[in-house]
Design a protein around this ligand. Structure first.
Ligand code: NAD
Length: 329
C-alpha cells in the first residue's frame, strides 16, 4: 500500500456504515484496508471500491488477532440490529469484547490511533432525556439486548483502560440511530422496515402505539462526525455522542415514508419488544463544541436517498409488486 494519505484499517468495512466510511477515507486520499467476516456485511456494499488500487478487502473475524501495518484503525465490526445481534448473542459479546481486545492490541503494537464505534445503547432505557455523555445509563444486564449493550460498554472500558495504562490514542463515538443507503433490507430497523414495507405495498408494522420517539441521523452526516473525531487533538478521546437531535415519533416516520413513496400501505400496531427504549435522543453539545459538528441533512432528503436505494434493490431482486427479477448473465 502506498499513497500520500494514511493507511487505515476499517473493521466491519463491508457493513452499512463501514462501506460509507471506506468510500469517504478513499476520497480523502488514504489507503484503506477493509476487514470483515461478512456476517451482516455484503460484498455488494464494497464491490464498487474493489477496482480502486488504494482499497483492499480482507475476510477476517475480529475475534482472532490481525497482523497488519496501518496508521489508524476504525473498529466497526459488530452486528448492529437486534435481529442480527440476538441471533447468536454469545458471539455478539465476543465480537465486541474480544474484537476490541484484538484491535487495541494491534493499535498498541503499531502505536496507531484507534476509533471505537460505540452506541447510544450504552444508555439502555434512559431515565434522563436527552442523553449527555455523563449519563451512565440504565441497562438491563440480563435482558435479550444485553449481549450488545454490555458488550459495547465493556469495549468502552477496554478503550479507556488501554488509554490510561498504555497511553493509546483513542476515540470513542456513541452512535445514535443512523439510516441511509445500504442498510439491510430485513434487519428489523425501523427506517429500513418501513421503507421496504411501503415499497412493497404491505402493511407497515409499528411496535407500540407509535408515540415513542427516535432521532434519525443520515449516514453522510455521521461519517463526517467520525472523520472529524479521528482528526481532533489527542485529548479529545470521547466518549462523544454522534446523532441527530431532531426527534420524530415512529408513527410520524411511518406516515412520512408512506407519503414520500405514494404507497397504499396501511399501518398496523404490534406489542413493544422487551427492553425497547421509549425515548432516545442525543445531546450533541459536546460534538458541536469540540468538533464543530452537527447534522446537516434534513430527514426528508435522507429518506428520499434511502427510498431510492431500496427501490433499486427491490426492483433488481424482483421483490417490488409489478417488477420482474434482474436478468443475470
Ligand atoms: N447503524 C446504526 O444506527 C448504529 C448505531 C449505533 C452503533 N452502531 C455501530 O456501528 C457499527 C457498524 O454498524 P452498521 O450499522 O454498519 O452495521 P452492519 O451490520 O451493517 O455492519 C457491521 C459489520 O461488521 C461485520 N462483522 C460482524 N461481526 C464481525 C466479526 N466478528 N469480525 C469481522 N467483522 C464482523 C459485519 O459483517 C458487518 O459488515 C457497529 O459496531 C454498530 O454497533 C451503528
Amino acid at each position: 500500500m502506498s499513497s500520500s494519505g494514511k493507511r487505515i484499517l476499517v473493521t466491519g468495512g463491508a457493513g452499512f456504515l463501514g462501506s460509507h466510511l471506506c468510500e469517504r477515507l478513499l476520497a480523502d486520499g488514504n489507503d484503506v484496508l477493509c476487514a470483515d467476516n461478512y456476517f451482516t456485511g455484503r460484498k455488494d456494499n464494497i464491490a464498487h471500491l474493489l477496482t480502486n488500487t488504494h482499497f483492499e478487502a480482507l475476510r477476517h473475524d475480529v475475534c482472532f488477532p490481525l497482523y497488519v501495518e496501518v496508521d489508524e484503525i476504525y473498529n466497526l465490526a459488530c452486528p448492529a440490529s437486534p435481529i442480527h445481534y440476538q441471533h447468536d448473542p454469545v458471539q455478539t459479546t465476543k465480537t465486541s469484547v474480544t474484537g476490541a481486545i484484538n484491535m487495541l492490541g494491534l493499535a498498541k503494537r503499531l502505536r496507531a490511533k484507534i476509533f471505537q464505534s460505540s452506541t447510544s445503547e450504552v444508555y439502555g432505557d434512559p431515565s434522563v432525556h436527552p442523553q449527555r455523555e455523563e449519563y451512565r445509563g440504565n441497562v438491563n444486564p440480563i435482558g435479550p439486548r444485553a449481549c450488545y449493550d454490555e458488550g459495547k460498554r465493556c469495549a468502552e472500558t477496554l478503550f479507556f483502560d488501554y488509554h490510561r495504562q498504555h497511553k493509546l490514542r483513542i476515540r470513542v463515538a456513541r452512535i445514535f440511530n443512523t439510516y441511509g443507503p445500504r442498510m439491510h433490507p430485513n434487519d428489523g430497523r425501523v427506517v429500513s422496515n418501513f421503507i421496504v414495507q411501503a415499497l412493497k405495498g404491505e402493511p407497515i408494522t409499528v411496535y407500540g402505539d407509535g408515540r415513542q420517539t427516535r432521532a434519525f441521523c443520515y449516514v453522510d452526516d455521521l461519517i463526517e462526525g467520525f472523520v472529524r473525531l479521528m482528526a481532533a487533538p489527542d485529548e479529545i478521546t470521547g466518549p462523544i455522542n454522534l446523532g441527530n437531535p431532531v426527534e420524530t415519533t415512529v408513527g410520524e416516520l411511518a406516515t412520512r415514508i408512506i407519503e414520500l413513496i405514494g404507497s397504499r400501505s396501511t399501518i398496523v400496531y404490534r406489542p413493544l419488544p422487551v427492553d425497547d427504549p421509549v425515548q432516545r435522543c442525543p445531546d450533541i453539545a459536546r460534538a458541536r463544541e469540540v468538533l464543530g459538528w452537527e447534522p446537516r441533512f434534513p430527514l426528508e432528503t435522507g429518506l428520499k436517498n434511502t427510498i431510492a436505494y431500496f427501490d433499486r434493490l427491490l426492483t433488481e431482486r424482483g421483490e417490488k409488486p409489478g417488477a420482474s427479477p434482474r436478468q443475470v448473465a
